[in-house]
Design a protein around this ligand. Structure first.
Ligand code: KIV
Length: 279
């Protein structure tokens, strides 16, 4: 990695990347060792997504994820990140009540967990006011429109959003209102690439796509999906760059066979008493 690449990524440096057409690389992480891999591999943004609930904690969706769970995992990620910008995902019901509660929750990501900003799903009128209040309280906020998994019970299923004219218009409108509310970037999830391209051209702040095609200013994927370390269904937009599930299953099977067969531990993995010094 070049010396320049090792400078810590900041909110303003993301804006510079957009302006100089340098793609922004983002991935999720939820623990120290994977965050260390991402940071050392030069990922720009580590998002501690509430996808944590599904890929790490085994929940059916992201709704049960709590603030305490998010803070616990964000702390571990922040301990590993030297260069990457760590963003904490505000879980369901952490920003749905009053301004005071929202700011108190968002500030925990910065004060307790070492994150440099938070991400918030949606762009309702109330949400936009809360986002503006968080920005006013010096909390950098990333927006998230298109498919917003915390709305699963409204949406019914995870599928592409903005495929028709009316839906596309609504998503464009939300993205622009988020920019006006002060977000430093907008995640576009599961939208047609043509719409993502138009939003990317119109917005001054960077767009980060997931299932939104190549025209966004950056890309994000869930680490466990791209590493082949998740068991569930993977949508079309996920490219698997490794097969960690297979690698680890084979390793654990071999370990079990070796323990059962008396092959492990062998002498090279075994301690012996110190030899007595010769008289
Ligand atoms: O929770 C998450 O990981 C996310 C990304 C998929 C954008 O919101």
């Amino acid at each position: 990695m070049s010396e320049k690449a090792e400078l810590p990524v900041t909110v303003p440096s993301l804006q510079t990347k957009k302006e100089s057409k340098e793609k922004i690389v983002a991935l999720t992480a939820y623990d120290f060792p994977s965050a260390l891999i991402l940071d050392q591999a030069g990922v720009d943004i580590i998002l501690v997504g509430d996808s944590l609930g599904m890929v790490v904690l085994g929940y059916e969706n992201t709704i049960p994820v709590t603030m305490d769970e998010m803070i616990h995992h964000t702390k571990a990620v922040s301990r590993a990140a030297r260069r990457a910008l760590v963003i904490g995902d505000m879980p369901y019901f952490s920003f749905h009540q009053t301004e005071d509660i929202t700011i108190a929750n968002a500030s925990r990501f910065l004060k307790e967990a070492g994150a440099k900003g938070v991400k918030v799903e949606g762009a309702s009128e109330k949400r936009l006011k809360l986002i503006a209040a968080m920005v006013e309280a010096e909390i950098p906020v990333m927006g998230h429109v298109g498919l917003t998994p915390q709305s699963i019970h409204h949406l019914g299923q995870f599928r592409v959003r903005g495929g028709d004219e009316e839906g596309a218009r609504r998503i464009m409108d939300s993205a622009q209102k988020l920019e006006q509310a002060g977000v430093f970037a907008v995640i576009l999830e599961c939208v047609p690439m043509e719409l993502a391209g138009t939003i990317t051209r119109v917005l001054k702040v960077p767009t980060i796509g997931i299932g939104a095609g190549p025209l966004c200013d950056g890309q994000v994927l869930v680490f466990h999906d791209m590493a082949g370390y998740s068991t569930g269904y993977n949508p079309k937009f996920v490219k698997k760059y490794a097969d960690m599930q297979g690698v680890l299953t084979r390793a654990v099977r071999q370990y079990a066979d070796e323990v059962r067969g008396g092959i492990f531990p062998d002498d090279s993995h075994t301690y012996h008493p110190k030899k007595k010094a010769e008289a």
